[in-house]
Design a protein around this ligand. Structure first.
Ligand SMILES: NC(=O)c1ccc[n+]([C@@H]2O[C@H](COP(=O)([O-])OP(=O)(O)OC[C@H]3O[C@@H](n4cnc5c(N)ncnc54)[C@H](OP(=O)(O)O)[C@@H]3O)[C@@H](O)[C@H]2O)c1
Length: 306
């Protein structure tokens, strides 16, 4: 089978390897689509905690496809099942940028039925992250949540899931994204600027109850949060979440959760989560896919279709 790996930071290699076999508790998925996330670009570029001695590493976190083989002890999936999966390790021999990928069955869920594999592959990492961030911050219905990068992949899912939980979502995004984020449920829109905290305080003088920060605005947005509020850091590798004035400091690390992923797939089928695809590329054009995904202003995910 073919797989894309990083053998040297800064570039990708397409290699031929023996098709991986699933071990106990694992499934092998024939990859139909694998979304490109910022972490993949950062891995290629060596801007993640991976040592050069750990190379080569596989690439990709999100996969949609069909179960092709099951390991011993796997009862919840059978060959032919249409599934989604989330690979949540930075250092892995081979990842979803491949013809086949082996994952723990606990990281896999039935795919939503109403969308194709390309759209479905944009769900796992970012929707799971959005849901886990909301669990971490644990706000009550009616409380105010500021979402930075609200038009991005994580931010968009946070807006929709937080709205469904009854939170008052304050979306911080580019002016051109206002219609989209309001369409997902944001009640208040704040255009991005050099002073996001000041712009939020102009609307909420007492501050918001919490912020989830996919745009990594960190200290520059902390002033928007009320005393004793909460801040979710989505870039723990940049350092622990900043804090002041008894603001709860929360660091989010995405971890696979098949049951949660199944629930998120049902929300897609119910029309309550929006999937966005920017462009697809074949596996042998993975370098071009990552180049596009790494550009600012891309809306929707770039997806690799082996
Ligand atoms: N810790 C975890 O568990 C976890 C999990 C998943 C993702 N992440 C990280 O979370 C980050 C976001 O991921 P993503 O997939 O959502 O990326 P994305 O789709 O590129 O979204 C980021 C968004 O932030 C916007 N943005 C940038 N600067 C801004 C500013 N000053 N004000 C308002 N918006 C701004 C971007 O707009 P433009 O494109 O116009 O610049 C873009 O819409 C990435 O760094 C990713 O690695 C962490």
């Amino acid at each position: 089978m073919r797989a894309v790996v990083v053998s040297k930071f800064g570039s990708l290699d397409l290699i031929e390897v023996p098709t991986s076999e699933p071990g106990p508790g694992q499934v092998r998925i024939e990859v139909a689509a694998a979304a490109v996330n910022p972490v993949d670009v950062l891995t290629r570029d060596g801007v993640v905690p991976i040592d050069a001695e750990q190379l080569p590493v596989g690439l990709g976190w999100d996969v949609a496809g069909r179960v092709d083989a099951v390991g011993a002890g796997v009862e919840q999936f059978a060959v032919g099942d249409v599934v989604l999966g989330l690979e949540d390790q930075l250092v892995m021999e081979l990842g979803p940028y491949a013809d086949f990928v082996v994952l723990d069955a606990a990281a896999v869920a039935p795919a939503p039925r109403t969308v194709d594999a390309i759209a479905a592959s944009t769900l796992p990492l970012n929707a799971v992250t959005a849901a886990q961030s909301l669990d971490l911050i644990d706000l009550a219905p009616g409380q105010t949540l500021l979402v930075t990068g609200a038009a991005g992949a994580v931010g968009g899912f946070v807006v929709e899931l937080a709205t469904a939980r009854g939170l008052h979502v304050v979306a911080l995004a580019g002016a051109g994204d206002e219609q989209a984020v309001r369409g997902w449920g944001a009640r208040t829109f704040v255009p991005r600027s050099d002073d996001p905290a000041g712009a939020v305080r102009a609307i909420f003088p007492d501050g918001v109850d919490g912020v989830i920060d996919p745009a990594h605005l960190r200290e520059s947005v902390l002033g928007a949060v009320r005393d004793g509020g909460a801040y979710v850091n989505l870039a723990p590798s940049l350092g622990p979440a900043p804090t002041e004035r008894a603001i709860r400091r929360l660091d989010q690390f995405a971890h696979h959760d098949g049951a949660l992923l199944a629930e998120l797939g049902r929300l897609v089928d119910a029309g309550r989560l929006t999937l966005r695809v920017a462009q697809t590329f074949p596996l042998d054009e993975a370098p071009a896919a990552l180049d596009l995904a790494g550009k600012d202003g891309v809306r929707g995910r770039v997806v690799i279709v082996p």
